[in-house]
Design a protein around this ligand. Sequence first.
Ligand code: UDP
Length: 371
Amino acid sequence: MKILIVGAGLFGAVCAHEFAKAGHRCTVIEKRSHIGGNVFTRYIPEADCHEHVYGAHIFHTNSKKIWDYVNQFAEFNHYVNRVKVDCGSGIYSFPINLFTLYQVYGVRTPDEARARLEQALVPNATPANMEEYCLSAIGEDLYQIFIEGYTQKQWGRHPRELPADVVKRLPVRFTFDDNYFNDRYQGIPVGGYTAIIEKMLAGADVRLNVDFNADREDWISQYDKVVYTGPIDAFFDYRHGTLEYRSLRFERELLPVSDFQGNAVMNYSRREVPWTRIIEHKHFDMKLNAPNTLITREYPDAWTVGKTEYYPLNNPSTDMLFRRYRDAAEELAPKIHFGGRLAEYRYYDMHQIVGSALSLCDRLGEGRSSM
Ligand code: UDP
């Protein structure tokens, strides 16, 4: 079969690998000038590290299958994400754990912490938005220090106007465990993500700087099947209106110091600080010897057509609009399939992208014969 994959990000690359393994002829087209989508990394010799060009990417999963799958393509280091939050008056341990509660309340034991937090909570069995949820789960103090300002910057809306779902990703612990993720497996590929994507795409014909949506019908007519990983509303020329997204802007700086902030990720929770976080790339590679370091400030940005879509803004009204697009997409099956963060309009992490791509390959019968 001749298969066209639109988008050389993680979803498209996994599909390309599986299809090529099953003996199909695969073409991957990508509108950017490089492969990898938002997991793209590049080596920066001055700082001896791989730059996460579109923001921090830490691979984590609870699934041994998915962990084994990605480990076919690279060795992963033992990086564990331990974020710190600069809230102006100090630096705090995050996600909320016993050390955070010690820093905020002076409590020293899990029982003391539970009892102190209990006093701060605003019980609410049916929180209607993120603010109400946070007040019922972590109380006013922690909400104000860590969530309110950061979230307003990140999503461009007050937590009162947002659903609670996105903060539910963050753990709250009564131990000193400050791992950002609860997953069993975690790490960053030695040599960067681009090398993984290159391996996945090895059996495909890859063409960069190609805008599929500008010439859609022509591309589709030349192939037996198409996997589209771009924004679903763009595929349909926004015929029902645009979905909502959040965009990002990055400011990078190469500094003549060996270690700028002592950690890979520093969040800035105050509303007045315009960026949400600073990442220092060499910490992801766990190699600190180079005399220089590369940092990136991440600024949330309003999305309009033409800007890069980073995050879907899932809420009841965008989800309803998405379902209209999904219904239109389903009418194009079995020839055209939609997958990935933008085509499925889901706030997926990398492991979920791999899972979703593999299940698409399974459904198409091009599954993982070797797994
Ligand atoms: N969040 C916050 N303060 C923080 C970190 C996260 O309020 O210091 C909230 C914010 O709403 C964010 C959500 O938790 O969008 C999820 O955070 P995560 O770090 O998982 O987001 P990502 O890395 O995907 O941008």
